[in-house]
Design a protein. Structure first.
Length: 201
C-alpha cells in the first residue's frame, strides 16, 4: 500500500470520526446535568461531558466545550449564539521540555471551572477561558475572548475582553432583580456599588 493511500485513509477516518462526534453523539446522557429544557443544537463537540452542567432554559449551538478536568456550568436562562468555545484548561510551559511532551498527569497548572451565571447572553464566536465567571446578567459581544471574570449586568467585548459598560444603573438592576429573585438571592445596593467602583475605572 502506498504512503499516499495510507495518508488519505487516515484523513478520511479522522474526518468521519469528527463528523460522528459533532453531529451524532447524544451528549445529554453523558453530561453531569442537562435540564430537559436545555437546548443543544449540533454540530457540537464536548470533551469531558460529565463535567458539563446545563440548567433550565439554557442553550448552545455549534459549540466546542473542552472540560476534561474542570466544570463548565451554564445556569438558568442563559444562552450563547453560534460558535461558543469553552476551554477549562491550558497547556503548560516548562524549561527544557516541549509543551506537547507534558502530560495531563504531570501538569502543575490546574484546570479551573468556567461558570456562566443566570441571565447571561453570549454573542457569536465567543471564547471563554479557564477560571472565568460571567456574573449574572452579563452580555458578551461577538468575537470576544474572555479571560477575566465579569461584573454583574455588564457588557464586555474585545480580545482580550474588557468591561465596556454596565447595562443598567444600580437602581434599574435592583428593580429588575426585585421582579425575578427572592430577596435572599438578589444583589444588594452595597454589592452593586462595589462592582461599579471596581469596573468603572
Amino acid at each position: 500500500m502506498s504512503e499516499i493511500y495510507i495518508n488519505i485513509k487516515e484523513s478520511l477516518l479522522k474526518g468521519f470520526n469528527a463528523l460522528r462526534r459533532s453531529h451524532f453523539t447524544n451528549y445529554r446522557k453523558q453530561m453531569g446535568y442537562c435540564s430537559p429544557s436545555a437546548t443543544l443544537i449540533k454540530p457540537l463537540i464536548i470533551k469531558g461531558a460529565k463535567n458539563v452542567y446545563m440548567y433550565e432554559n439554557t442553550g448552545v449551538k455549534d459549540a466546542l466545550i473542552m472540560a476534561p478536568k474542570a466544570k463548565f456550568v451554564m445556569k438558568k436562562h442563559s444562552g450563547a449564539a453560534e460558535g461558543l468555545t469553552v476551554i477549562t484548561g491550558n497547556h503548560e510551559r516548562r524549561i527544557g521540555r516541549f509543551y506537547r511532551t507534558i502530560t495531563e498527569q504531570e501538569k502543575l497548572l490546574l484546570d479551573e471551572d468556567v461558570i456562566v451565571e443566570e441571565d447571561c447572553w453570549i454573542g457569536t464566536r465567543v471564547t471563554l477561558l479557564m477560571g472565568v465567571t460571567l456574573r449574572r446578567g452579563t452580555t458578551v459581544a461577538a468575537g470576544a475572548v474572555v479571560s477575566k471574570s465579569t461584573a454583574p449586568y455588564s457588557v464586555v467585548g474585545g480580545v482580550p475582553a474588557k468591561h465596556i459598560k454596565f447595562y443598567w444603573t444600580i437602581d434599574q438592576i435592583l428593580e429588575h432583580e426585585s421582579k425575578l429573585y427572592p430577596e435572599s438571592e438578589r444583589y444588594t445596593k452595597k454589592q452593586l456599588e462595589l462592582f461599579y467602583k471596581m469596573y468603572s475605572k
